[in-house]
Unconditional design. Sequence first.
Length: 327
Amino acid sequence: MRILVTGAAGYIGSVCTETLIKRGHSVIALDDLSEGHKEAVDSRATFCRVNLHDSDSLRDVFQQHKPDAVMHFAALCLVEESVREPGKYYRANVAAGINLLEAMLRHGVKKLIFSSTAATYGEPEKTPIPEKHSTMPVNPYGASKLLFERVLSEFRANSGLEYITMRYFNAAGASEEHGEDHDPETHVIPILLEVAAGEREAFQVYGTDYPTPDGTCVRDYVHVLDIAQAHALAVERIYEFAGRIYNIGNGAGFSVQEVLQTASRVTGRKINHRTAPRRPGDPAVLVASSQRIRGELGWVPVFSSLEAIVRSAWDWKQRFPRGYASA
């Protein structure tokens, strides 16, 4: 299958590109490099530097490469920035996506896997969180992703678009070639590893008085290679399960304190940390129910242990100490 991957120079898009190629698919890797890294794009993919707002360039990509399906990862995803600049997020995560959909349909491409987020749920009413949980996002990032999910549903009703939506929880870890390299870095595991490597003074633990076993927030960490596997299964079986929404998570949570201790053990280094007050809007526990994707697509996470996730990220950082600037 020829698959167009948007956001292919980003963290998850780059690993999915690698996985698709290993499964025998050919990939057209599309990215405008505003957030991603050209070095992150698998050399076996065909790279197109295109902004999704540029309808003419999108048309050229579809005409030249004739993809059979699309995986849509391109998005903005910083929660705090979305609160400050909501318009920027609706333009990037909704308007640009509509441009992509219209280009697809004009060229007869009707298979799409959409990269969504657990942020669509908002404050959890129950855990583990099932796909039928109410969706009440508490920030423009989550709201923009949910709005595009609704756009997909409306397009399907009127155009025959077939899509599957993936809502994943805390993506983490690395493949041998591709890992996390954000600026600024906001994710727990890479920040801990920056402290372990002496690149950051200390790690901030936000809140130690949550109703959890050790008082710190609990989150569901899922390895990026397992996320990539889920996307590959979805695109290969899209006609069986079109219109479905799937959570991607381990179904088990780890506290901030557990992640800190695991990172220290894996790196063999002391990780300086400080406690700080809770951040507004941080739920105590966010854990996915992934029963649907396991039952329907047969997805089983391979790297389910927290130590395996952290070790893969640390190994990648050891190989590429300056991220993609090292490549």
